[in-house]
Design a binder for this molecule. Structure first.
Ligand code: FAD
Ligand code: NAG
Ligand code: NAG
Ligand code: NAG
Ligand code: NAG
Ligand code: NAG
Length: 395
């Protein structure tokens, strides 16, 4: 008991003055965050609030770069993605221990058990104790003319993001045959005039894939009155821009497109939802040795920690199966909390040694238990339930 109380008394001074962690050069950080989308910014915010020294490096190729407005993010519904990021950066920049820089990280490597080395394309070199991979996903668009040009502005990926602006409009569904019928169930509350453009994929082989992926697709076609158009698409042409023709008050955008087929015929649609694949936007995570699950970085979806000790994966890039801004922010915050606790524990262990103290060998409490018991709930009440159920098993 006496030892515990003396430890408690020492904690603030010992940890804050960090006698164990050597004075750090300017390029050494507690945490380097790679990627400045909502997940990386959120991780940085969480670290800023507890005065961790952190650097965010961002190459600015945001997944929603081209989209007109951010939706389904409470408090920010309808703002432009650029405003959303600017506002986040303004707020985060008020915290002196964190900084943000433009750059493309070309390599993250582990120097030893407690240090990462981070290099960017301009040759800047940084070290850090922890690293957050927040590099996002990249959408693979077909090369059909008109698709890349209109991506995110009439040709969309997620109904939550952009469906409401095109409610009750003639809708097209684009994608490999096995991907598009699942979309029907998602958009049914938004639009009922649906054409699935299967682009010549309704071959015997294609139908076999479809039957496996979506065994009830024929019922979906009947119940939701989906028309199937198997003509081969040659181009998609914009004939009206919903960025110009719209009604802000009612949140409606009036895009119009002509789908041109290789036989010279056309079909008119107001907007499209798609089922195209995506890949990791960067390979710095996998090059570091983080595993993959499908196209996602393998991690513990409770803490965001990866198989590489000290490296975390967040946002669209991680494997927890959700890709949207609120989720990206949640996962960044989650990593920040786990990182802060992990570093607090490491510093605490160092401080115990530095102070010439030692815990009794038969003390049933681990360092992290002891930390959590005294300061854990104050750190982050949000994770209290988890702290009691899971972290208490941490040794
Ligand atoms: C068309 C479209 C519209 C969308 N609309 C919405 C919406 O309305 N609401 C919503 O909730 N979600 C929306 N989303 C999803 C949302 O964009 C993503 O879920 C979100 O951006 C994921 O955040 P992130 O931080 O993981 O990745 P991103 O936002 O993609 O950010 C990743 C960042 O990492 C950087 N980066 C990558 N590699 C490196 C490297 N090696 N070095 C340095 N930096 C690097 C990239 O340049 C990028 O800036 C939309 C997606 C699309 C495609
Ligand atoms: C960083 O990149 C953003 C665009 O992503 C740009 O607006 C800004 O000026 C850049 N900052 C610097 C210091 O180059
Ligand atoms: C790891 O490497 C860094 C940078 O070279 C060094 O400062 C640190 O003492 C090393 N730590 C260990 C545990 O070897
Ligand atoms: C349509 O099919 C052609 C031929 O297979 C392909 O090149 C093209 O990318 C497809 N377009 C779309 C929009 O799927
Ligand atoms: C769909 O188009 C492809 C390519 O033109 C063709 O081989 C296939 O028979 C068509 N499927 C149907 C059901 O018409
Ligand atoms: C994830 O991390 C938590 C907390 O450390 C741990 O309790 C849990 O077992 C881990 N999950 C997996 C799947 O490893």
């Amino acid at each position: 008991m006496y030892i515990l109380f003396s430890l408690l008394a020492l904690l603030p001074t010992v940890i804050l003055s960090s006698p164990i962690w050597n004075p750090t050069p300017e390029s050494h950080y507690d945490v380097v965050v790679v990627g400045g989308g909502p997940s990386g910014l959120s991780a940085l915010s969480g670290l800023a609030r507890v005065r961790r020294k952190a650097l965010l490096i961002d190459s600015g190729q945001y997944r929603n770069l081209l989209t007109r407005h951010v939706h389904d993010v409470i408090g920010s519904d309808g703002v432009t993605p650029a405003y959303f990021r600017w506002n986040a950066r303004q707020q985060i920049s008020q915290y002196p221990t964190v900084s943000m820089t433009n750059g493309t990280v070309t390599q993250i490597a582990k120097l030893n058990s407690s240090t990462f080395s981070i290099v960017d394309a301009d040759g800047n070199h940084y070290t850090s104790r922890k690293v957050v991979v927040a590099t996002g996903l990249r959408d693979i668009l077909p090369s059909t003319p008109g698709i890349a040009e209109n991506w995110a502005r009439g040709i969309y990926w997620c109904p939550w993001c952009d469906g409401y602006e095109h409610r009750d409009q003639p809708l097209g569904l684009l994608g490999a045959i096995d991907k598009i019928f699942g979309l029907v169930l998602e958009v049914d509350t938004l639009d009922t005039d649906l054409i699935a453009f299967t682009n010549g994929t309704m071959t015997a082989e294609g139908l076999q894939v479809l039957n496996t992926a979506q065994p009830d697709w024929e019922n979906i076609v009947k119940i939701y009155n989906v028309k199937i158009d198997n003509r081969t698409i040659s181009t998609i042409e914009r004939i009206q821009d919903g960025g110009i023709v719209n009604n802000i008050a009612t949140k409606t955008e009036y895009d119009k497109f002509l789908v041109h087929f290789d036989d010279g015929t056309t079909a008119e649609r107001g907007a499209f939802f798609t089922g195209w694949p995506s890949v990791q936007a960067s390979n710095v995570g996998t090059d570091l040795g983080i595993g993959m699950k499908g196209n996602k970085l393998y991690n513990n979806i409770t803490t965001m920690a990866t198989n590489i000790q000290g490296a975390y994966a967040v946002g669209d890039a991680n494997m927890d199966g959700s890709t949207n801004v609120p989720h990206a922010m949640w996962s960044g915050k989650r990593a920040a909390v786990d990182i802060h606790l992990a570093m607090a524990e490491e510093d605490f262990e160092s401080a115990v040694i530095a102070a010439g103290l030692s815990k009794r060998d038969d003390d049933p409490e681990s360092d992290r238990e002891l930390l959590l018991r005294y300061i854990g709930e104050e750190f982050e009440n949000l994770w209290k339930l988890e702290a009691t159920s899971e972290y208490l098993n941490f040794t």
